[in-house]
Ligand binder design. Sequence first.
Ligand code: SF4
Length: 348
Amino acid sequence: MQKNTAIGLFSGGLDSILACRIIAEQGIRVRALKFVTPFFDHDLLARQEEYQQEVKEKYGLNVELVDLSAGYIELLRNPSHGFGKNFNPCIDCKIMMLSRAKELMEEYGASFLVTGEVLGQRPMSQRRDTLNLIERDADCRDILLRPLSAQLMSPSLPEREGLVDRERLYRFSGRGRKPQISLARELGITDFPAPAGGCVLTDPNLAARIRRFYEGLFLIGKEEITTADIQLLLLGRQFRLPGGHWLILGRNEQENERLAECCEEDDWLLSMPERPGPTALLRRGSTLITLSEEREKILNAVVGLVVRYGRKVKGAFLPGEVLFQEGSVQNMLQADVLADEVFQDWIV
Ligand code: SF4
């Protein structure tokens, strides 16, 4: 194991940028890891190289993306340390990231881990006792260095061994941002994101939706949830049809395309070729809707919703044709507009 490499947990926020840079300034090679899940930053996987270049240019750091989706979806079923204000399992989330980073240490030849945590910055996850608990449960006590608050903590192994100069670490604490901003200036970092990251688990509306999804809002058990399900859950207009079936309608061209991309073998996919309108995806329609009476009822409702959300003609919603695709079979169906009072209660 080399002594001159550290793994930095890189959220992309200012604190993590600074933490990695403080260590890099001491001549230590920092491999920044950015963890992604469908709940935060998953879109970066599609443009990894561009993102790496961006981070290199702006902050002088080498970043790599690590996809935690599968384990994270499972974690949300029952996080050992519970949830924060919304559906955010911050403590378990940090433990999972640190554990994964620790597993990668050998591969990267790293001898310690770096995070941008600041003592007392967040009410729950950055209290001293919580920070201790996180490093204990991630089994990285002593090899975890938090450069922004290090001087307020006992020296970690890399400090005791002289690999890191403790005198050049910091004693930031609390919620204020001024010291970080002035340090950023000193390090020539000018372009950094505002606090309040992009984790949907802390967004009250989306978090409530995700929680309900885990509680069985649709006919999908929490053990069955996939990354694609979460991506669909965060997309378009959501409906819970009678019987608990899950329908998603695109709100624009981009969402329509995403829905078509996410469509799996047993999903129903509907669209409106004759005038602009939503693409609709009914999750697992072919598997869950097998009785012909129910199938007809649901199909009528779905095509009715598609034309209802289609573009108006001379100020009115009009009946129209809807293309229904199930596996490799396609059918054109005639649709009547579904009245608003019929579906108001279906909107999630
Ligand atoms: S806000 Fe989201 S990403 Fe950040 S620690 Fe909490 S759960 Fe994890």
